[in-house]
Design a protein around this ligand. Sequence first.
Ligand code: AHR
Ligand code: AHR
Length: 519
Amino acid sequence: MISRFSRRDFTTALITTPALLRAQQTPLKARVKVDTERVVGEIDPMLYGNFIEHLGRCIDGGIFEEGHKLSDENGFRRDVLEGTRKLNVTMLRWPGGNFSSNYHWRDGIGPRDSRPRRLEMAWGTVETNRFGTHEFLQYSEMAKSVPYICTNLGTGTWEEAQQWVEYVNSSEDTAMTRLRKQNGRRDPWNVTYWGLGNEMDGPWQMGHRSADDYGKFALEAAKLMKWTDPKIKLIAAGSSHFGTGIDWVGWNRTVLEHLKRHIEYLAIHLYVGNRDNNYYEFLTSSLDLAQRIKTTEGVIDAALSGEPASRKIHIAWDEWNVWYRARGGKERGRRILEERYNLEDALVVATFLNTFLNNAHIVKIANMAQLVNVIAPMFSNENGMFLQTIYHPLAAFANNSKGTALSLFVDSPKYESKRFGRVPFLDMSAAHDDGTLVLNAVNRHLETPIEAEFEIQDKRFSGAAAITEVNGPDIKAENDFGVTKVQPASRTMQADGNKLRVRLAPHSYTMIKVKLAKA
Ligand code: AHR
Ligand code: AHR
């Protein structure tokens, strides 16, 4: 990507205060040891998933605008599709979210003009049903994303969930598959990933149940769905509800007791924000994520003790993002949840991605919520779109951090935080794939660069290291239509031997991509 900031512009922008000037002369020092044999786990490509919900302008007015000058003959916005492809969205979750709990899939098939308009209770609008199962699966195909369908276990029935799997995946000659063919699709799509409802632990959810009631209900749906297609993978609704005094661990424990022999994933959600405008506390959000992953892994391990080793359940972090501004309960209708992101949000996103990689053995699916306009990395209007700040770290990870995640030794200066005690200024992850090493580094320090020394234990660096830095003039900098303040800038440096020294600018995410050779 060509940068609008040259390196010199960045430097000029940074040397604006005496503190920064001083800081640039005395960087912090950090050491990172890398060993390609110390593997955390395989990086599942599904970690770079995203999510589209019938909500505000995500689908209608985001990816889908029939008759629009920028849309193709299907009604898909070309610019948004291109942004989706460049983001390497490996997986796409649909149709919600809270919406899924009042979605009846049969409303969304057949000739578009005959589909019923329905009152939509999750977000208080009218659902036209013009974007349904066929449109979603076609979009996924065009975006090269693996589809993930979330069934309605709120107002829906077991039979409805079962018949959805039949309609989409069966090759038998049945009323459901005849209907599919009649609607223009001869072959089954063979969708692998199916969700057993959304956020069923939340009182805001239509059809909200206790953990015990949900576990029993979801079990019957799971049986029918797997009897329809044994190859599918099921994702149960774990807890999304982390307020004080809420027994989120208990929810997961109970749900797993009911479903542990029938599901492949437990879904967890996390949204974070900077409500009190405290940058350094906000930048500890990924430690919250890490702690929740650890706790959930423990609950999964406990549920599976005594089960055969072949029975595995992984975490699907199938909604995550920064979301706290556009959140008002009164906010209903078309333009809701249109969060605008700044640089500090992009840094939090980068630390979340680091955390997913650092837990790649247990987190196998992650879906940023959501793709466009609604708490999203892309933002469109009638004339085009722009990339929000959070797009850039996500694109860098999704396009580069593949293969295996490595366990790193990181020795970094720390700061004191209220919630998590001492927090390193340097947040790291690493991916190793076929002789290429990718290091992802976030410098949380507001003013001071970090001089990071990367030492490789079992190989040597070789050739030119490609460095991509996502940064901007200040942590509150945002992008907008025609205004790009936060974006990636690239540089290279020669790499040889077993040490690589890289200067990490204040409040930046830096990706270092380098080839490895035998030691
Ligand atoms: O992504 C927005 C909403 O957040 C989803 O509909 C819901 O699952 C979550 O509460
Ligand atoms: O700089 C972010 C991403 O990294 C770009 O979108 C991609 O081309 C590169 O690999």
